[in-house]
Design a protein around this ligand. Sequence first.
Ligand SMILES: Nc1ncnc2c1ncn2[C@@H]1O[C@H](COP(=O)(O)OP(=O)(O)OP(=O)(O)O)[C@@H](O)[C@H]1O
Ligand SMILES: [Mg+2]
Length: 243
Amino acid sequence: MPKRYTIREVPDAGGKIDYEKALNPRQAEAVLHGEGPLLVVAGAGTGKTRTLIYRVARLVELGHSPASVLLLTFTRRASEEMLRRAALLLDRRCEKVSGGTFHAFANTLLRRYAGAAGFGGNFTILDRADSADLIGLVRQEVHGGHKTVRFPKKETLADLFSRAANREEEIATAVEKEAPHFLYCLDDILRIARLYEETKRERNLMDYDDLLLRLAALLRESESIRRAVSETYRHVLVDEYQD
Ligand SMILES: Nc1ncnc2c1ncn2[C@@H]1O[C@H](COP(=O)(O)OP(=O)(O)OP(=O)(O)O)[C@@H](O)[C@H]1O
Ligand SMILES: [Mg+2]
């Protein structure tokens, strides 16, 4: 098989950042990695975040448009801090890198593509407390005012529904694993879950899990949106992937 070579621009010799000096060999390898996926697995405090900051600067230094680089992290503060540090390494272009939390990113895309996905772009987001309150209302409908000691509280139900959503497993499985003592009222729990889903749809509400799951579904189902998104964000960097 003949070898294929691709010619591409590199920054001026001796660009602004001395990667070999600032990073250890494995970090430099990750930062200088070319195209394609790369997963870095390393222990706490070994310099994973530092590596990502240098990678952001590297991509911008190579001439990639900052908006085409997407940095996803656990908290908004973490992402702003990383972009600020990348800007110190290189220049202010790094501050224009796209990014934020997974939920914020999902929110932005869902609002943009809501029409195509068949729901209103003016949806309201339920935080964890709102979500538990709505579950509480539905619970009241299903369970009435019985003061049964062993019927799950709204927070417990919210946790169970969220665990099931996050692990993409059945609610029955979550109950079995996390709260088997409530299996005796599984039918009521499932009715509450169904009503909760219906109410959210009717009232154009999304809880935090919906943001992630609906974006994932949208990207799975719509080829044109998937293509548009992957053409916009050419480089996706994720810190704290395990979370
Ligand atoms: N090659 C290096 N040279 C000098 N300092 C380094 C190097 N690598 C990491 N550090 C420093 O070590 C500290 C920990 O690095 P960093 O926060 O990037 O690690 P991490 O793997 O992301 O940690 P955590 O698991 O807590 O997220 C930071 O202060 C960072 O600047
Ligand atoms: Mg880190």
